[in-house]
Design a protein. Sequence first.
Length: 157
Amino acid sequence: METHINSVYLSVVSLCGVRLLTFVAELNDIEVWAANIGNAHLESCTQEKAHIIAGPEFGNQQGHTLVIRKASHGLKSSGLRWHERLSDVLPDVQFISSKAERNIWVRNCGDHCEHIAVCVDDLLIASKDPSSIIKTLCDEHEFKLKGAGAVSVHLGC
């Protein structure tokens, strides 16, 4: 059976996109922060039918069949489900996907634009106040962001 391309999708910003984002931020005196979304795939629900047989670590549920509802790294569609989840959240905070690159999100702030570049579960945020974006994603959308702060190197760039 052949795997459909949409079931193994991962959102990955291009190297050129990362470079452009940091260049534009530098030109406009905008801070660039990075953050990692902890357990990102578990933030979304799977559409695959998956289950496990509970082992001794599940106590009195040992031997029961447990249905997996959350996407996890072992499932083919987890990357797509996570991308769909993030694509639902970012418009709620007025970000729109760039027409030039789908994995760069833009928000017009009047005198400047803010950007978020997405590489699976790693975010590169260009903003005059990146901590407010981090706070919104954590408080309102309950993402568990790790390592948020000013960036000097991002994904090897």
